[in-house]
Ligand binder design. Structure first.
Ligand code: HEC
Length: 206
């Protein structure tokens, strides 16, 4: 028994030293990888599998947890919402996310991660779509539209996204051409973000 009580603290000390040395080595290797510029940050060099899996897990959980506190309005089927969303989508989103009948754009082809084609692949969680549109996604090209657009306009876009996969190229064209007013008109109607004004250099000039 006497032996045990003497040896135990030593065993702990040894384990702690091994852990500290291992931690230090990992930190040195990680530091060297960063300092030597080993990781290629170029958008034309895909992530390695483990990095991709890690980013995907972080993004999925981050959005899910935050979107769980959001509930969609009951009127997403409203034709006015869908029509307003159609105009906004054609103007602000189709350059990256494309649309029925649209060829890949120069912008969409160069993106990494690629912007999903929302007409083919719209994942049906409205709160998650709302959160993603409002806040954007770091280190991808997906902008935070909530900086410049009210929640109501963002729900209009979600309302349109639900319809998008069912649209033929012709219907898409008709809907977006018939959309109420232009983007600027919608914003002027007081739908824009409260307190948002155009930067002085853009106002009225031209
Ligand atoms: C400059 C390019 C760009 C523009 C413009 C853009 N997006 Fe995105 N968007 C992206 C990228 C890239 C992703 C993928 C992000 C990722 O992989 O995490 C994305 C992701 C999304 C997602 C999540 C899709 C999913 O299945 O997880 C939604 C919804 C979305 N965008 C909606 C919109 C809407 C609505 C607009 C217009 C108001 C818009 N985006 C404009 C680049 C863009």
């Amino acid at each position: 028994m006497a032996n045990w009580s003497l040896r135990e603290p030593r065993t702990h000390l040894f384990a702690l030293t091994v852990l500290a040395v291992a931690g230090l080595l990992i930190a040195i290797v990680a530091g060297a990888v960063i300092a030597l510029g080993v990781y290629n940050i170029g958008a034309d060099a895909p992530h390695t599998r483990p990095v991709y899996a890690l980013i995907e897990a972080v993004r999925e959980r981050s959005i899910k947890v935050r979107a769980s506190r959001i509930s969609a309005p009951g009127n997403l089927d409203s034709p006015q919402r869908i029509a307003s969303g159609a105009g906004l989508y054609a103007e602000m989103c189709s350059g990256c996310h494309l649309a029925p009948g649209m060829m890949p754009s120069e912008l969409s082809q160069g993106l990494y991660p690629q912007a999903p084609e929302l007409a083919r692949h719209y994942h049906d969680d409205e709160a998650e779509a709302f959160w993603t549109i409002k806040h954007g996604v770091k280190m991808t090209a997906m902008p935070a539209w909530g900086r410049t657009h009210s929640d109501e306009l963002i729900w209009d876009m979600v309302a349109f996204l639900r319809k998008l996969p069912t649209l033929s190229p012709d219907t898409y064209k008709t809907m977006t051409e018939a959309a109420p007013g232009g983007h600027d008109e919608l914003m002027k109607e007081g739908n824009g973000m409260p307190g948002m004004t155009m930067p002085p250099k853009c106002s009225g000039a031209q």
